[in-house]
Design a protein around this ligand. Structure first.
Ligand SMILES: *Cc1c(COP(=O)(O)O)cnc(C)c1O
Length: 359
């Protein structure tokens, strides 16, 4: 009997990419595959994104893994390169780089390369993470244009900090600042992550960078219950491995964090933080067994979780499937129960979980 399984629905993935394109008609899509494609499996996910124009990852190793897996689309390195020695690797593998600071630009300028590299100039418009200051834009842009090591078209990019909140004016300010710099240049623009794609059409530009929405999950603040026409790609399941009776007034699990106020039955479920399930999931966080919701009780352990099934009127048995999240139980909701975001839950799936890809 296989226990923790992440079922990956590849048709849902393709549907979501089509839905991305409906949100941003005519835009080129850079599909974001960092962190093992948000826990969905890097190469396998990339293989089913034929309709994307490029891939984006955070680190060179992720990009090399895509090439090793036989993927040939352009790959954008969202943090750029870190060392001069990386540049020949970029060139040999058709990797494109972000340029976000002086070190990178100087290294690019001062290295001898056989051919130019495709560059994306990243401007900080208010996120204050990566990106050159707006005041540096003109000088960086003209230096890149002049460098023989940068391909002639310099794509222009920024990143939103608050696009998930439709009431936050910051995004409109970021778009305005970006446009004030970029409008005079005849280059392609790239601003929007998933939330930007869904909520800020003025920030679409020529290129978009969807991550989370490709996996069928809402990027929006209060995303619980918002589907945006997307379909969840992952269903995380496991099995019941024991059913037990608990008397009234018993403390259950590590630290005795839950207390039975009446006699009840518990289903012990083979899933824990060793699989990536959040240890901080609150009492009552739902799971689905036989199409019914039940709440978890006690502490999430490394390998097991206990679920209160009351008088077990659904006749739950050892071996029954338990859905931790998926189409029947939005991961957005589990994230809320664990005071985190769905991004973190998806990325945290551990190698102990087996993957099943469904075409
Ligand atoms: C991760 C990331 C994205 C994708 O963000 P989502 O919210 O998952 O769509 C886009 N751009 C940059 C720079 C990123 O780091």
């Amino acid at each position: 009997m296989r226990l923790a399984i992440a079922e990956i629905n590849l048709q849902a993935l393709a549907h979501n990419l089509a839905q991305v394109k409906r949100f941003a008609p005519g835009c080129k899509v850079m599909a974001v595959l960092k962190a093992n494609a948000y826990g969905h499996g890097l190469v396998k996910i990339a293989q089913y994104l034929n309709d994307a124009d490029a891939f984006a990852v955070a680190r060179i190793d992720e990009a090399l893994a895509l090439r090793a897996g036989g993927l040939t689309k352009p790959i954008v390195l969202l943090e750029g390169f870190f060392h001069q020695d990386d540049l020949p690797i970029l060139l040999a593998n058709n990797f494109q780089t972000i340029i976000h600071d002086e070190n990178q630009l100087a290294t690019l300028e001062n290295t001898s390369l056989d051919a130019p590299i495709a560059c994306w100039l990243k401007v900080n418009t208010g996120m204050h993470r990566l990106g050159i200051a707006p005041s540096q834009f003109e000088s960086f842009y003209s230096r890149l244009k002049a460098s023989q090591n940068a391909r002639d078209d310099i794509k222009l990019m920024t990143h939103f900090s608050c696009a998930d909140d439709i009431n936050d004016e910051k995004t409109a300010q970021q778009i305005a600042l970006f446009n004030s710099l970029a409008d005079g240049k005849n280059e392609q623009h790239c601003l929007a992550n998933s939330a930007g794609i869904i909520a800020w059409p003025k920030g679409h530009g020529e290129w978009i960078r969807p991550g989370l929405m490709l996996y069928g999950v809402s990027p929006m603040l209060n995303g619980v219950g918002q589907q945006h026409g997307l379909e969840p790609v992952m269903r995380l399941t496991t099995r019941v491995i024991a059913i037990r009776d608990v008397d009234a007034d018993q403390c259950v699990g590590y630290g005795g964090r839950w207390h039975s106020d009446k006699p009840t039955k518990l289903a012990v479920v083979a899933m824990g933080y060793g699989d990536g399930y959040p240890r901080h999931a609150e009492q009552g966080t739902p799971v689905v067994i036989k199409s019914q919701r039940y709440g978890i009780v006690g502490s999430v352990a490394m390998d097991m979780i206990t679920v209160d099934i009351g008088d077990n009127r659904d006749n739950i048995k050892v071996g029954d499937e338990v859905i931790m999240w998926g189409p029947e139980l939005p991961v957005e909701e589990i994230a809320q129960c664990a005071t985190t975001i769905p991004y973190e839950l998806l990325c945290n799936i551990t190698p102990r979980v087996s993957y099943e890809y469904q075409e």
